[in-house]
Design a protein around this ligand. Structure first.
Ligand code: FCB
Length: 448
């Protein structure tokens, strides 16, 4: 049996917009994802998060399910416009009450709440003031963070500021595939900078307020490698790595942005930075969350976009593609964990997301046998274990996702849950992988 260290934390993750529904109930304001998903053709099949998994009305049932599976911790996010309907100013007491109750019920069930302050659902009113492109966004976020620390800080001891700032900035503002749907690379860098600043200011607010508990940030980190030994491939790799990972890791842990990348993109793309920003951004955090899904090799491509690179996924033999057309490469997880630990930080690391969407076929009772997902989880946990053996300070793992849910631009088509959601009846049914995970938690390990 592959055993994990004592105290290794086992959990599952979700995000507010992907599961809650109740998009305009109890005083909630509109978010950029409400706004975006209500526009034609932005989301596959015209799906929206209006109802999603209706978790807003079913959180007790969901927590009971978590408990029955033995989850030790649950990573959820807070919908900013539920708390501050127009982003700043007046607080919506009913929004606060929802998370208050959620946290109380989790604690009653013996489950550690792990709260993410921002998983992409910015209040639409703030978007109309420029969103993350407006430098003031950093202060808006810190003020909102303070409201949450004041409200939940006595019970939530495990906080993440942002989920995947790369995706918010580069996919939301650079490519426009995600809300707010803007395609402008220079805005990608500027918004990334403001997101990082927002993170730093929230950490500062947390320290200044003397709240108990720990605070960190969640990054999406893929494993990157050069396609070949040529200098052209090596440098193409460096550009892509620095844009996707170095931009965040280096500013957070070294207090500087990657020099080669910044020279490459030039002054028209570089963000405007004020003195003191990088000190704020690099304020020490207590842990880091890593979301891992895939690995890439990078070759020089003279016809490539700004990065002049051809980026291709790496696949391990025998896996095929997931429902996202993603390749599967568990070895990349060991590599990225070692990379972070060797180059940036020894603080505790958590895998805050890892999982897969496969074409699930339910039987007549709604039960899904999902050996592919189960094998995926086992292979990635084995890879995580290798990193621990190599000395990486990895302290826990969260499956993405607890429930099937709204997968952003792809709507409800890809199913990531270890629990099936029937979107007609909203009935939840744990899949085979959920029972395997339950056993794994019980044994603090699994048979290889
Ligand atoms: C991550 C997101 C998460 C989910 C997974 C599949 O990038 O953080 O919300 O969509 O991908």
């Amino acid at each position: 049996m592959l055993k994990f260290p004592d105290g290794f934390l086992w959990g599952a993750a979700t995000a507010s917009y992907q599961i809650e529904g109740a998009w305009k109930e109890d005083g909630k304001g509109e978010s950029i994802w409400d706004h975006f998903s209500h526009q034609p053709y932005r989301i596959q099949n015209g799906d929206t998060g209006d109802t999603a998994c209706d978790h807003y009305h079913r959180s007790s049932e969901d927590i009971a399910l978590m408990k029955s599976l033995g989850l030790q911790t649950y990573r959820f996010s807070i919908a900013w416009p539920r708390i501050l309907p127009v982003g700043t100013g007046p607080i919506n007491p009913k929004g606060l009450a929802f998370y208050d109750q959620l946290v109380d019920h989790l604690l009653e069930a013996g489950i550690i709440p792990c709260a993410t302050l921002y998983h992409w659902d910015l209040p639409q009113t703030l978007q109309e003031r420029g969103g993350w492109a407006n430098r003031e966004s950093a202060d808006w976020f810190a003020d909102y963070a303070r409201v949450m620390f004041d409200q939940l800080g006595d019970r939530v001891k495990f906080w993440s500021t942002l989920n995947e700032p790369f995706v918010s900035s580069f996919i939301g503002y650079g490519e426009g595939r995600h809300a707010p749907g803007i395609a402008d690379t220079s805005m990608a860098y500027q918004t990334a900078h403001h997101l990082l600043l927002a993170h730093g200011k929230a950490v500062q607010a947390f320290r200044d307020g003397g709240y108990p508990g720990r605070i960190g940030i969640v990054l999406n980190l893929s494993h990157y490698t050069p396609a070949g030994p040529s200098e052209a491939d090596q440098l193409a790799y460096q550009r892509v790595y620095e844009q996707n990972a170095g931009l965040f890791l280096s500013s957070l842990f070294k207090g500087s942005y990657p020099e080669y990348l910044f020279n490459w993109i030039g002054s028209t793309q570089q963000p405007k930075i004020q003195s003191g920003d990088l000190e704020t951004i690099s304020a020490p955090v207590d842990f880091m969350g890593i979301n891992y899904y895939m690995s890439f090799k990078v070759a020089y491509n003279p016809l490539g976009d700004l990065m002049r690179a051809h980026v291709e996924q790496i696949s391990s033999p025998g896996w095929g593609q997931t429902d996202m057309d993603w390749e599967v490469h568990p070895e990349g997880l060991t590599a990225i964990l070692r990379h972070v630990s060797d180059n940036y930080t020894k603080i505790p690391l958590y895998i805050t997301e890892n999982g897969s969407a496969f074409p699930d076929v339910p039987d007549e009772n709604g039960f899904v046998k999902d050996p592919a997902r189960l094998n995926y989880l086992r292979a990635h946990l084995t890879a995580a274990h290798r990193a621990i053996e190599a000395g990486v300070n990895l302290k826990g793992y969260f499956v993405w996702s607890f429930l099937d849910n709204f997968e952003w631009a792809l709507g409800y088509a890809p199913r990531f849950g270890i629990i099936r959601v029937d979107y007609k009846t909203l009935k939840r049914t744990p899949k085979q992988s959920a029972y395997w995970y339950q056993q794994t938690i019980q044994n603090n390990g699994f048979d290889e």
